[in-house]
Design a protein around this ligand. Structure first.
Ligand code: GDP
Ligand code: MG
Length: 177
């Protein structure tokens, strides 16, 4: 059936969170435009990108929000989280400190959102195997403890980027239908 004709519309707000330079903006540009930028500047002007995905024959619009670099100052605002139904919580597998920040990001997420949020823990930069500081097992068991989906990705070589977003979108869809 045609959901536009049926008057149904699915618009899911998904937020990207995690420390500065873990690769949030590149995950989004890889997902939305299949692009990677080796020298990303702080995002200016673009608040979110909308990507259309088909699930069970239905058109779902994923509105994915990226920070404008506010995370550097720990100043991500409540407006950023408002209405979010999904989140990719990102760390960099080659920088242990970014993994240690995840607890704080999860706390901020849960205090800022009152509805259930589909959450995926993302260990990005898995192409940097030679300088890895967080093992896959560690990421996986932390995610299990916290009840999160888990995936290691590379925005650089595109490993699992599409899949990570799609799992979150599918989970949101399952939660509401
Ligand atoms: P953000 O601050 O979290 O938005 O991070 P950016 O997307 O701006 O990326 C920060 C830096 O990490 C940039 O130099 C990117 O080119 C680099 N980067 C992002 N993703 C990857 C990845 O998957 N692998 C590698 N090797 N570098 C990445
Ligand atoms: Mg960014």
């Amino acid at each position: 059936e045609d959901n536009e004709e049926m008057g149904e519309e699915y618009l899911f707000k998904i937020v990207l969170i995690g420390d500065s330079a873990v690769g949030k903006s590149n995950l989004l540009s890889r997902f939305a435009r299949n692009e990677f930028d080796a020298n990303t500047k702080a995002t200016i002007g673009v608040e979110f990108q909308t990507q259309v995905v088909e699930i069970d024959g239905k058109e779902v619009k994923a509105q994915i929000w990226d920070t404008a670099g506010q995370e550097r100052f720990r100043a991500v605002t409540s407006a950023y989280y408002r209405g979010a139904v999904g989140a990719l919580v990102v760390y960099d597998i080659s920088r242990r400190s970014t993994f240690e920040s995840i607890k704080r990001w999860l706390e901020e997420l849960s205090t800022s959102c009152d509805t259930a949020v589909a959450r995926m823990l993302v260990g990005n930069k898995c192409d940097l195997e030679n300088i890895r500081e967080v093992s896959t097992e560690e990421g996986k068991s932390f995610a299990e403890e916290e009840g999160l989906f888990f995936m290691e990705t590379s925005a650089l070589d595109a490993t699992n980027v599409q899949t990570a977003f799609e799992i979150v979108i599918r989970e949101i869809y399952n939660n509401i239908s």
